[in-house]
Design a protein around this ligand. Structure first.
Ligand code: GAL
Length: 364
């Protein structure tokens, strides 16, 4: 009987993007909008635990973590960060929106640090906040530390004079939403959010070779990407940040580094519905960023093979091996969301993503 269960669930020997992907217990992996941390030859996959139906898009459980040594077969390690009970009045109360969790390890403090997009319960996506949590052990339990906006009362490195003109409270209110035909600088979305801190919706974390960490967020009503350096303990902003892709309206940011160059991947803004991916390259994390177009090249490329980026994973021990991790959202029944993992390939100074029904790490 036990033997039969093993055959049904694992082991996997290849990736089959878009198919049900079972963990060691035979249950479809529940780690959406996720990211991966590698430690001691083990990968830890953190993501949003979704539940059934439309309500299942909200955080009813918390952040789920799985471990793997081969990237195909994943062991359920439980809930790394639990939401707080209903009525607790915590920023991470059950029913809040908690998306795109990412975990990084801080060697100085020996803490695991988790950042995520956080929308307090009952306010839709208006909050545009960040949640920060930390733990002593990789799989948790993570303790919620605080909720913040991006870089409060701080101007980015590339601030313009026009941003610094002060806005009245009425003007701020009136400009709280950016219309799709407006440019963020005409509305001064940056100045609008200066006091409270910058919007932070879709986000990721990136740790560079020198140990410095960065938060990359969709800011200014999703019209600009902000790249912010973190403090040495990874628990706050250092104060240095830059605006990139001004007015390009990107979400779902992911970053990786190869041969000293920084590569960016993101999406357009169409909610749970897929759209065409974007890519870019820069000689420094601070830019200048040059767009490289849609990295997807096969049939289905206009909709990123019906997925949206969440992370780009360097494969340990293999040179120039990176995996695109995307979500195929199923917003009417959130728990059924699928994972689209595909190899990143390089061609003519850019990266491209082919579709494969099935593929193996030996491709690298
Ligand atoms: C997407 C975003 C997701 C989620 C969704 C809600 O654009 O990437 O993380 O926020 O919108 O509609």
């Amino acid at each position: 009987m036990v033997y039969a269960l093993c055959i049904v669930a694992q082991p996997y020997r290849a990736f089959t993007p878009g198919e049900i992907w079972k963990d060691n217990k035979g249950i479809h992996i529940n780690a959406h909008g996720g990211g991966i941390l590698l430690e001691n030859h083990t990968y830890y996959w953190f993501g949003e635990h979704k539940t059934e139906g439309r309500e299942g898009n909200k955080a009813n459980v918390g952040v789920h973590v799985y471990s793997s040594t081969d990237l195909y077969n994943w062991k359920d390690e439980g809930i790394a960060l639990k939401v707080e009970p209903e009525g607790s009045d915590s920023p991470i109360e059950k029913g809040c929106i908690l998306e795109r969790p990412k975990v990084i390890y801080n060697a100085k403090t020996r803490k695991y640090v988790m950042w995520f997009h956080l929308e307090p319960k009952g306010k839709g996506y208006a909050g545009a906040m960040i949640g920060i949590a930390s733990a002593d052990h990789v799989t948790g339990p993570y303790r919620f530390i605080r909720m913040t906006r991006g870089n409060p009362q701080t101007w980015p490195v590339n601030v313009l004079e026009l941003h610094k003109k002060s806005l009245t409270a009425e003007q701020r209110e009136e400009r709280s939403n950016l219309k799709s035909n407006e440019h963020p600088d005409s509305v001064n979305t940056l100045g609008r959010d200066f006091e409270k801190g910058q919007h932070s919706r879709d986000m990721t974390l990136f740790v560079d070779d020198d140990g410095k960490a960065y938060q990359i967020r969709s800011a200014e009503s999703n019209s600009v990407i902000h790249i912010s350096e973190l403090t040495d303990d990874f628990l706050d902003f250092s104060g240095k940040y830059v605006r990139a892709f001004v007015g390009r309206r990107m979400e779902a940011p992911a970053i990786f580094k190869k041969d000293g160059l920084y590569y960016f991947m993101g999406s357009g803004c169409t909610g749970w519905r897929p759209n065409e991916a974007r890519s870019a390259v820069a000689p420094s994390i601070w830019g200048p960023w040059t767009e490289l177009g849609n990295p997807c090249v096969d049939e289905g490329k206009e909709l990123t093979y019906r997925s949206q980026s969440t992370y780009i994973l360097p494969v340990a021990g293999k040179k120039d091996a990176f995996i695109y991790m995307g979500d195929r959202w199923t917003s009417d029944n959130a728990i059924d969301g699928r994972y689209i993992w595909l190899p990143i390939e390089f061609e003519d100074n850019r990266f491209i993503i082919h579709w494969y029904d099935e593929w193996k790490l030996s491709r690298f």
